[in-house]
Design a protein around this ligand. Structure first.
Ligand SMILES: Cc1ncc(COP(=O)(O)O)c(C=O)c1O
Length: 347
């Protein structure tokens, strides 16, 4: 992963190094951020977002769960995502929009009118799990479970959720694995630290249901759609841990992980230890979307468009950026991040 020159922050493009926040930022203390992970692929028609509108929709749904007012429309966030790719002249990228409660005084409950920051970063980021994407990942079942329903909502992609992911991922790394898989509160399969999980048994695809304490992944949905297109039977159902050890094939999905085959679980080989035919067919169909081999009949690709912008002082260049410091009375007349309030009762 490498940083880029520019990002989008509260309505304008600014140099990466200038997008800073105060240490009293609410999200830093209480995990009150919601975010997305998106990918832009180099396609024959130019750089294109994959399912941008679906990611933006989920961002707004996550914000709604936590009563965070994004302050922009979904169309404006989509357009800002286009801006950040153009500003950096990128052909492909991993893109991270984040909406978070800013510096408006401490206290778990945000004050009325406390600021909400919105930022969109684009980074060069290859395969999330390194060479495991090709050879197959070695994973373990974590000793940490996913949060039970009615505790931390798994459908909301919130910063705080990733404390659970860190525990799962850190334990896996300490044990020499590429990734950890969590069981749910009921001992049934849930998902990886940052990926959804698919098993193949006798040619049929099975995956835990969206009620299994998982993030309802957009890649997961894409795989289910592509499977239907390829005539591969698929079922969402509850699965016990031993399904991992008896599967013929296994893979994990996510925007970052894309479709990563799994070759072993708890050091037991999955199938013959190599990516199997169903995994390979789905990977081919998925990556074919980006070089034109798979017809995008769903309208999932959103080519970066010069006509779409949600940035003040359009037509930015790097030289023009500092001059727009004073142009922050943004798209909705929102004010930029306010000066941090004096410390108040903390919780
Ligand atoms: C915990 C978790 N589960 C699943 C996923 C996969 O979701 P998506 O395919 O929408 O990226 C992610 C990635 O964002 C994740 O962080």
């Amino acid at each position: 992963m490498s940083n880029t020159a520019f990002l989008w922050h509260n309505g304008r493009i600014k140099p990466w190094a200038e997008a800073n926040v105060h240490v009293s930022t609410h999200a830093l203390h209480y995990g009150s951020s919601v975010f997305e992970g998106e990918r832009v692929y180099a396609t024959p028609n130019g750089p294109a977002y994959f399912r941008l509108a679906d990611h933006t929709r989920r961002l707004f749904e996550s914000a709604k769960v936590y009563e965070i007012d994004v302050g922009y429309t979904e169309a404006e966030i989509d357009a800002a995502c286009h801006d950040v790719i153009r500003a950096n002249g990128m052909q492909s990228a991993y893109v991270r929009p984040i909406v978070f409660r800013g510096a408006g005084g401490l206290g778990v409950l945000p004050k009325d009118g406390a600021p909400v920051d919105v930022a969109i970063m684009a980074m060069a980021w290859g395969a999330y799990l390194g060479d495991a994407a090709e050879r197959g990942a070695d994973v373990c079942v974590s000793s940490w479970n996913r949060p039970a329903p009615n505790t931390i909502p798994s459908w909301a992609k919130a910063g705080g959720n990733y404390l659970s992911s860190q525990l799962i991922g850190l334990e896996a790394r300490r044990g020499g694995y590429d990734e950890g898989i969590a069981l749910g509160h009921n001992g049934l399969l849930s998902e990886g630290a940052g990926e959804n999980l698919f098993l193949v048994k006798r040619g049929k695809l099975v995956t835990p249901p969206s009620s299994a304490g998982i993030l309802a992944g957009i890649t997961r949905d894409s795989v289910l759609t592509l499977a239907a297109e390829l005539g591969i039977e698929a079922e969402e159902r509850e699965l016990p841990r031993e399904a991992l050890y008896t599967a013929d094939e296994m893979f994990m999905t996510g925007t970052a992980a894309e479709i990563t085959p799994v070759r072993s679980v708890d050091r037991k080989p999955v199938g013959n230890g190599k990516p199997g035919p169903v995994t390979r067919a789905l990977r081919e169909a998925f990556f074919g979307l980006f070089d034109g081999r798979t017809h995008d009949k769903w309208g999932w690709l959103d080519v970066v468009d010069p006509a779409r912008t949600a940035t003040l002082g359009q037509g930015f260049t790097s030289a023009a950026v500092p001059d727009r410091e004073d142009q922050k009375a943004a798209i909705h007349g929102r004010t930029p991040q306010q000066q941090p309030a004096p410390m108040e009762a903390s919780a």
